[in-house]
Ligand binder design. Structure first.
Ligand code: URA
Length: 241
């Protein structure tokens, strides 16, 4: 059971104050009857709530797969930049956040949800969730680089070392601009870029392709998103239970 004003505020109709006003103005109905009080308790799924005649369904949790474009920040709000949450235009809930961060210039898979528990499990260092990235790297990526990544590299400084856990580097193309796929289980700040820096190379383009069993839907262009399918959600939840 939930209060009517909270129901409407959770679904992004307005602030608690605004929705109280809408209720007083008779713009909100419960099963076709204008609601009288913001305090009315309702069963979220059992009643038909309308605002200005438009049905407002209740969603406890939402899960979206976003193909993050470059130029957008992995945050919920930002005074200057578009955020990944701004891109989810038809969200119901206003408490969505990205599960982890991709750099502003990184593209690819980002899960956007309001499920704090799932997010915590996916990001927990103890869970060792695989994250796979595709990258274009300046210069020839070599077998020696792959060996160094397999053993772990120092992405800190000489004074303050910071070693990575082993990563699996697949060299797709070793040329002036190389193409690689890298799987790591950590999510340190700028980790992929700093791993290449540690072997004297620069990442020119970076895209996350998967996180655990969740794979980026390649039909999503950068900036596009869709809800997770039931199967994807079940798999992600099972994998991280
Ligand atoms: N590693 C990086 O360097 N940047 C990202 O956005 C993700 C992983």
């Amino acid at each position: 059971m939930i209060r009517l004003d909270k129901y409407l505020a959770d679904m992004g109709i307005g602030t608690r104050q605004e929705v109280k006003r809408y209720i007083r103005q008779g713009r909100v109905s419960i099963d076709g009857i204008p609601a009288k009080s913001p305090e009315t308790k309702i069963e979220e799924k059992a009643r038909k709530i309308t605002f200005d005649g438009r049905e407002v369904d209740y969603a406890d949790y939402e899960y979206y797969m976003l193909n993050k474009p470059s130029g957008v920040v992995s945050a919920t709000e930002d005074a200057r930049c578009t955020t990944v949450v701004d891109l989810i235009r038809d969200k119901k809930r206003k408490d969505l956040f990205p599960v982890g961060r991709l750099d502003k210039d990184t593209e690819g898979l980002l899960l956007i949800t309001n499920d704090g528990q799932l997010s915590h499990r996916l990001l927990s260092p103890k869970k060792h969730v695989d994250k796979t990235y595709y990258a274009k790297v300046a210069g020839k990526v070599t077998k020696e680089d792959a060996k160094a990544f397999r053993e772990g590299v120092n992405i800190g400084t000489e004074e303050k070392e910071e070693w990575t856990r082993p990563g699996v580097l697949d060299i797709l193309k070793s040329e002036e601009v190389s193409e690689i796929r890298l799987t790591i289980q950590e999510g340190k700040y700028h980790q992929v870029k700093r791993m290449f820096q540690a072997v004297g190379k620069e990442v020119l383009y970076l895209k996350r392709e998967s996180m655990g069993c969740l794979k980026l839907d390649e039909t999503l262009k950068p900036g596009e998103y869709r809800p997770l399918t039931k199967k994807e959600l079940e798999n992600v939840a099972d994998e991280n239970a």
